[in-house]
Design a protein around this ligand. Structure first.
Ligand code: CP
Length: 351
């Protein structure tokens, strides 16, 4: 696989590979020095043409923890302002010797177009319009599996997942539906009719509902979405107050959740609209854990596209290439000290 543009690029087996690889990188994150030399000599560029807090910082952290160099492109202060095209911008960045470009764009399909223009680089979709946000879905699944404490992927079989909110305009929802359904989960979409897609033909979901109270009583996972004002969503509901009354995870509704239910939100969340502030702070709400896991998931994706050697038997995408005498990706290390229980220092072992 050269690019990651949509969840379907991975399929079930690819999703499983990413989640299994992420297990190794979660372990790396717990080290005193949470860095491995897997992508030493590689350069990763983040090209964000739309705002981001989590995804950009997460990809940049992931690349740095893999020892890649990171080039952070700031669209707002670039020559795009002088009329340079997206294509010329991408070709200029790639000419500097880039191995991967991570693209966020407000237009659906922009990363697909970028993938046609690049010659050598891998392209990763970091969110395109309403279309897809594959690494968000992967980190959501990883978080669910981690909370359920399942080392296999069996936890997804028949898992009742409710995706609640502005499905119509949500790239996260599209990627989540593809990923959860690929692993056997049963997804219900919950939204007012105006915030559902005009048709659910071809969506691998169990169905849709306008009755959040009813769905909450059955759901094992409740994944909330923001009303996306930047995509005009506020015009699809009478008012945000009415939206919250019908579809917000209020304190009263949190009382309807199953005791073991997992509450997720991709962020940024708007407290008081799709989720009450006190609900966002409950132990069953795992937004901070999602962010932490996002780094491990993105390390796994970067390794799968650019890495040499293998981890846990899973080869990196450039496993066939020479890598300065390193047989693998840098988990060839030994513990030299345990600074506190579970936190270990490592030193590299050559070859
Ligand atoms: N979840 C997500 O994509 O957040 P950002 O927009 O902050 O990157």
């Amino acid at each position: 696989m050269k690019h990651l543009l949509a969840v379907d690029d991975l399929g079930r087996d690819g999703i499983v590979e990413v989640l299994q690889l992420a297990d190794s990188f979660v372990e790396v994150a717990q080290r005193a020095n949470p860095k491995v030399p897997a992508l030493r000599g590689r350069t990763v560029a983040t090209l964000f043409f739309e705002d981001s807090t989590r995804t950009r910082v997460s990809f940049e952290t992931a690349a740095k923890r893999l020892s890649a160099d990171v080039l952070s492109f700031a669209a707002g202060s670039s020559s795009l302002k002088k009329g340079e095209s997206l294509r010329d911008t991408v070709e200029t960045i790639e000419a500097m010797g880039i191995d991967a470009v991570i693209v966020r764009h407000s237009s659906s399909g922009a990363p697909f177009q970028v993938a046609k223009w690049v010659t050598n680089s891998s392209v990763i979709n970091a969110g395109d319009g309403w279309h897809e946000h594959p690494t968000q879905a992967l980190l959501d699944l990883y978080t669910v599996r981690q909370v359920l404490g399942d080392e296999s992927m069996d936890c997804f079989d028949g898992l009742q997942v409710a995706i609640v909110g502005d499905i119509r305009h949500s790239r996260v929802a599209r990627s989540q539906v593809a990923a959860y359904s690929a692993l056997g989960a049963e997804v219900t979409l919950v939204a007012p009719a105006t915030l559902l897609p005009p048709s659910l033909d071809g969506w691998p979901v169990s169905g849709s509902s306008h009755d959040l109270d009813d769905v909450l009583a059955k759901a094992a996972v409740v994944s909330l979405l923001r009303v996306q004002a930047e995509r005009g969503s506020a015009g699809f509901v009478p008012s945000l107050r009415e939206y919250t009354a019908g579809y917000g995870l209020t304190k009263r509704r949190a009382g309807l959740l199953r005791p073991e239910a997992i509450v997720l939100h991709p962020g940024p969340m708007v407290r008081g609209v799709e989720i009450a502030s006190e609900v966002a702070d409950l132990a069953s709400a795992h937004m901070t854990r999602q962010v932490s896991n996002g780094v491990a998931i993105r390390m796994a994706v970067l390794f799968l596209l650019l890495g040499q050697g293998s981890i846990g038997g899973i080869p990196g995408g450039r496993a066939h290439e020479e890598y300065e005498g390193h047989e693998a990706m840098g988990l060839h290390e030994r513990v030299v000290a345990e600074t506190e229980p579970g936190i270990r220092d490592y030193e590299e072992i050559d070859g």
